[in-house]
Design a protein around this ligand. Structure first.
Ligand code: DGL
Length: 266
């Protein structure tokens, strides 16, 4: 496989851009092709089979572009199981880190919370992984179904957004956590608001950097990491390009980005 191939990145919508930000920052020489399925977001309250079908469509689209690695910038798809994606493709598939590996260094009272989609919470994947690595830690997951639609519809700073954040933060506060993981890639759009609502006694963590380190390690192991040359960025959405561009500008330097509207179903 050649180093010059692009890296594919997928999400159900604009959430994956929060991971793309880290990928671009730490791998400035790579070409990235991002697909956000904004026509069918959110995935978090859909059935397993339906999500799997959508993921296959995105993966096939990127396989045709001859990617060398796929980063699944979505917790919901990651916990659904990456094995169905790994079968039959010639590239490595990297899922979202669950944030378990550095929890011990951050928590002092061994009470950790995570915000995620209902689907992600229902699988128990994050709780299992954190408790397996550190059995002394108590883990509390909370589904926050209002947040993805509010972020996708750019309700930043609006009363309905503030109320939703307060509702979820208050529900989590009762557990007395001192560490919170943002286990849905959309939520870092609200990192500062969520951190402010918890106050300084809670550390809010975004596992995107850890995911990026994992993606780099896989490329290095295969001798596929580019360390010179200019990087590039192609951003594809399945609906509402103008809105998605505005959201992307909150996360990325768009100076050299190319945007496309694509149709995965045809
Ligand atoms: N951003 C996604 C995640 O990390 C999914 C949001 C959704 O489509 O429900 O889980």
């Amino acid at each position: 496989m050649e180093k010059d191939r692009p890296i594919g990145v997928i999400d159900s919508g604009v959430g994956g851009l929060t991971v793309l930000k880290w990928l671009q920052k730490k791998m400035p020489h790579e070409q990235f092709i991002f697909i956000g399925d904004t026509a069918r977001t959110p995935y978090g309250d859909r059935a397993r089979e339906e999500i799997q079908r959508f993921v296959k469509e995105m993966t096939d689209c990127l396989a045709r572009r001859k990617i060398k690695e796929l980063v699944v910038a979505c917790n919901t798809i990651t916990v659904l199981g990456l094995d169905t994606i790994r079968n039959g493709y010639d590239f490595d598939v990297i899922g979202m880190a669950k944030g378990a590996s550095n929890i011990r260094e951050v928590t002092h009272n061994n009470k950790v919370g995570f915000f995620a989609t209902d689907f992600t919470v229902s699988t128990g994947a994050h709780k299992r992984e954190i408790e397996r690595l550190d059995p002394g830690v108590e883990v509390f997951g909370l589904g926050c179904p209002k947040l993805v639609p509010l972020i996708e519809s750019e309700k930043f700073g609006r009363p309905e957004m503030q109320e939703a954040i307060k509702e979820y933060v208050d529900a989590m506060k009762v557990h007395g956590i001192d560490t919170l993981l943002l286990s849905c890639t959309h939520y870092p759009f609200l990192h500062d608001e969520i951190a402010a609502a918890f106050g300084p006694q809670v550390t809010v963590l975004d596992p995107a950097e850890m995911t990026t380190d994992e993606a780099i390690k896989h490329l290095q192991n295969k001798g596929l990491l580019k360390t010179e040359g200019e990087g590039s960025l192609e951003v594809c959405f399945t609906a509402d390009l103008a809105r998605c561009k505005r959201l992307a500008s909150r996360m990325l330097d768009l100076a050299h980005a190319r945007f496309h509207l694509i149709d995965l179903e045809s």
